[in-house]
Design a protein around this ligand. Structure first.
Ligand code: ZN
Length: 500
């Protein structure tokens, strides 16, 4: 049995290595590569993806998984061995159901749609990209049909990102959240907006980077096992426990972009760096779901990084770095400014309170596009109507409406829900950490994060993908997914800033 297990591990590591090699190429593509490299790089990444797929669907893996079932049962669910076998099986079972011919068509459709979107968005020409988008949604529906027995065609797509969740689960959580959020947004919107003009002065880019780095280093992001680079779209990418990188975008005329972007990506990165070393090179390393990943980035970005105690500690230093811009802005005004709530058109620029409404709209539309209830030709109007109804603003262009996010145009469907699940879970995890260590908020006020980081590492990071999101929540917080702690967090924080 040990030999079979060893053989499976070797194959799994090979697969992880191919994936990491492709990830290095992808990192380079976004950070260093000259534009002339684009075509060949696309092909190189495609070749590795093909090799990975062939390696994964090797029938020998199926044989090993079957023979190892008794060994898996004997080792027990939480063991490293059983977890590796279970995760390998999950990926193998999925991969063998999807014919390579389909994967090829999907990848062509994906790059075609993405390329057209790159031109259609700046030209505000949805009609240009509509046929490709329709093709993408058609293929996504076809993908779901490889997994018969689903309740909703979104379910198999959601499963790839937030394993174990179904569209119906998400609908019921979102419905409940929406009922509480909408009145809150309306109440805030009827009041005097916060002033955040001081964030939009000119801020030296290098100084912004240095400040962000100093914070995330203190958070616990390990630069010996990571690095930070500049990229047009911020992201985190990991090749192993020993190499987890972040990127940041700096805007000289907006302080919030690099600062909060860095805190966010560092949250993702610390999760990846925190996988137990024994999980490196196995399918168990990394984050267990998009929702849990986002819970970690948002916890460090928002719950910690936009809190008053945090800025009581850090603001004098920031003022010292930017005396002309911030010297005359008192802490209280700064705190209100970075937590300004305002109805806006663009999801990635939305504040904590309105953000989830942007997610719900996308989730509902992708569900309806998959079933055919909504046609791509009806999408722009449907989008604008819903924005008007939910956010009170009607986009004047499709570029700022239905074409603003890369996801669908890059064949990523069934992903958006993870952002809101992350917001909800971030409050549950943080509450549980503070319950065990009530000194955490005070420590944040002193710029000390070791206790919080250690709790997250112990209860979340080190497990990698061993437990599903709901198992992890249950283990770490003692409860299942619930919106109570998140709503309490929002009501407490924004109740102090606005009359609610
Ligand atoms: Zn994120």
């Amino acid at each position: 049995m040990d030999d079979l297990y060893k053989e499976l591990c070797e194959k799994a590591t090979e697969l992880m290595d191919i994936g990491s090699a492709a990830a290095v190429l992808g990192w380079d593509q976004q950070v260093n590569m000259p534009p002339g490299g684009a075509e060949a790089r696309g092909r190189q990444i495609g070749t590795l993806a093909k090799i990975a797929h062939e390696t994964l669907i090797n029938p020998r893996i199926g044989v090993l998984l079957e023979k190892l079932a008794p060994f898996e049962a004997e080792k027990g669910y939480g063991s490293k061995e059983a977890s590796i076998i279970r995760l390998a099986r999950r990926e193998y079972d999925k991969a063998v159901k999807v014919p390579p011919e389909f994967t090829g068509r999907m990848s062509v459709a994906q790059s075609e749609c993405f390329d057209i979107w790159l031109k259609a968005r700046p030209a505000n020409d949805f009609a240009m990209v509509r046929p490709s988008l329709e093709n993408v949604f058609g293929l996504c529906a076809e993908y779901s049909d490889f997994f018969p027995g689903y309740e909703h065609p979104m379910d198999p797509l959601i499963d790839n990102n937030d394993y174990g969740m179904k569209a119906s689960d998400i609908r019921s959580i979102f419905g409940e959240l929406r009922k509480q959020l909408v009145p809150m947004v309306d109440a805030i919107d009827s009041q005097e907006p916060a002033d955040d003009t001081f964030l939009r002065k000119n801020f030296d880019a290098d100084k912004q980077i240095v400040f962000g780095k100093s914070v995330v280093e203190k958070y616990g992001y390990d630069f010996n096992r990571g690095r930070q680079d500049i990229a047009p779209h911020p992201f985190t990418i990991s090749f192993s426990v020993g190499d987890v990188r972040i990127t940041t975008r700096v805007r000289p005329n907006f302080l919030g972009s690099a600062l909060f972007g860095t805190l966010h990506e560092a949250g993702h990165a610390m999760y990846e760096q925190g996988s137990a070393t024994e999980l490196d090179g196995t399918p168990v390393r990394g984050g267990t779901s998009i929702g849990v990943h986002e819970s970690q980035s948002r916890l460090w970005e928002n719950i910690v990084g936009r809190s008053r105690p945090f800025w009581q500690h850090y603001y004098p230093g920031l003022q010292g770095d930017f005396p002309e811009q911030l010297g005359a802005v008192p802490l209280d005004k700064f705190y209100r400014g970075i937590n300004k709530v305002q109805k806006s058109l663009i999801r990635v620029e939305a504040d904590e309170v309105t953000y989830n409404l942007h997610v719900m709209l996308r989730f509902d539309f992708e569900c309806d596009l998959l079933t055919g209830k909504l046609k791509t030709s009806e999408l722009p109007d449907a989008w604008n109507d819903r924005m008007e109804a939910d956010i009170g603003l009607r986009p004047s262009t499709d570029s700022d409406g239905v074409m603003q996010d890369i996801h669908w145009y890059n064949s990523i469907v069934g992903y958006f829900q993870g952002y809101t699940l992350g917001n909800i879970m971030s409050a549950q995890f943080y509450d549980a950490a503070v319950m065990t260590h009530p000194e955490i908020p005070e420590q944040i006020g002193q710029g000390e994060f070791a206790t919080l980081h250690a709790w997250l590492k112990e209860n979340i990071y080190r497990h990698g993908r061993k437990y599903t999101a709901s198992e992890l929540l249950e283990r770490a917080t003692g409860s299942s997914l619930e919106i109570g702690p998140y709503m309490k967090y929002l009501k407490t924080k924004y109740g102090e800033l606005y009359v609610l």
